[in-house]
Design a protein around this ligand. Structure first.
Ligand code: EPU
Length: 342
């Protein structure tokens, strides 16, 4: 049987904000053959196309006119092993956290700090997901994409992905052009733990005897995340809504003069990252609810849907937060989530 597009498809279960939006046409593909067939259909229709994974970093600002292509390519394959590492190839549709558990259960190291991040493996390189001192660019080997311009597959090695803080070539120059089908990761087959983030080390020490395993770290990270971040299955959200702003040293001096206690993370190029959560909390938004939306009580950088919210309400709330941070600190908050339509 050929591919069957579904018309007027409800996307509520496919976005972690839980927004009740509809797609004019929806197609789910589970193999590369299906993807190629789908692209022939979409090309014929010449209408806009949204590539969807887990919908966990996405805010629908309206119903979707045109196509939604849901990438559900599964599979975790062990490509090769050597004396101290394993190379894995993973389908874009694999749930990120399932993949992390798969690796830590085998004692492999590299992804344990990234446990419990919602979304799919295919979406993970787009914004170079990171948490607790780790980023996937540190363990990613290559990304295979279907290039919509040439209708051919192409593989990007890590150094061709232009990875940065919450960004990559797939969010910039290749946005809308690349459909990620597989990602390769090289993991250490021995524990090589990254305990640079103080809270992780403290909690690990409090709960597990040494020597610590990657699974111990993943369990610790899961517990920390559960204690702070709302579960999208309970309260609609897309994780951090804004990026942590990076300011010039001159701007930082101005901020410190006004607020000597401002937390800060100096960057290697001399700029300074400041926590958006702190700026938002100072402006009085922490735990504040406005209608159906708000800033979460334990992590105000997370915008939440208390139920029945629309994308427009969330956007209005995001703009109000941006506006007050700008007025108080003269710092611009930039969304981390993707807006569609933007
Ligand atoms: N802070 C406050 N008030 C709060 C919470 C935090 O002032 O209520 C300040 C504190 O100074 C704290 C700092 O913000 O030290 C940083 O907070 P946290 O460690 O919770 O991390 P974050 O910078 O807010 C980033 C990522 C998260 C990731 C965590 C942990 C971004 C945009 N977000 O958040 O990623 O889980 O670090 O590493 O970089 C996501 O991208 O969706 C995400 C959840």
């Amino acid at each position: 049987m050929g591919l069957q597009p579904i018309h007027n498809f409800n996307l509520r279960a496919l976005n972690t904000f839980g927004l009740d939006v509809r797609a004019e046409k929806y197609l789910k593909v589970t193999t590369e053959n299906e993807l190629e067939a789908a692209m022939a259909l979409v090309a014929l229709a010449e209408s806009p196309l949204l590539i969807l994974g887990g919908g966990s970093n996405l805010l629908f600002t309206a119903d979707v006119s045109g196509w939604v292509l849901h990438i559900a390519i599964e599979g975790i394959e062990l490509v090769s092993t050597d004396s101290d590492s394993v190379l894995l190839e993973v389908g874009a549709g694999v749930a990120w956290h399932d993949f992390v558990r798969y690796t830590v259960e085998r004692g492999w190291s590299g992804l344990e700090n990234l446990a419990l991040i919602p979304g799919t493996v295919g979406a993970s390189p787009i914004q170079n997901i990171g948490a607790y001192g780790a980023e996937i660019s540190q363990v990613l080997e290559s990304v295979t994409v279907f290039d919509r311009q040439t209708n051919a597959y192409r593989t990007f090695q890590t150094d061709g992905c232009d990875f940065g803080y919450r960004t990559s070539i797939f969010k910039q120059a290749w946005k809308g052009r690349a459909i990620i089908t597989h990602v390769r990761f090289r993991l250490s087959s021995r524990p090589r733990l990254n305990l640079s983030y103080g809270t992780v080390k403290q909690e690990l020490a409090a709960h597990f005897p040494e020597p610590w395993t990657p699974a111990n770290v993943a369990d610790t990270v899961e517990a920390i995340r559960r204690s702070k971040l709302p579960d999208p299955a309970v309260l609609g959200n897309a994780g951090s809504f804004f990026k942590n702003p990076v300011v010039t040293v001159e701007d930082f001096m101005r901020l410190v003069e006004a607020c000597p206690t401002i937390p800060n993370y100096p960057q290697s190029d001399g700029s300074v990252k400041v926590p958006a959560a702190w700026l938002i909390e100072q402006c009085g938004w922490k735990g504040k609810r406005v209608g159906n939306v708000g800033c979460h009580a334990t992590q105000p950088l997370v915008l939440v849907n208390y139920g029945g919210a629309t994308g427009a309400e969330l956007m209005a709330h995001a703009r109000a937060v941006q506006q007050s941070v700008w007025e108080r600190f003269h710092v611009r908050l930039e969304p981390e989530v993707n807006l569609y339509p933007s």
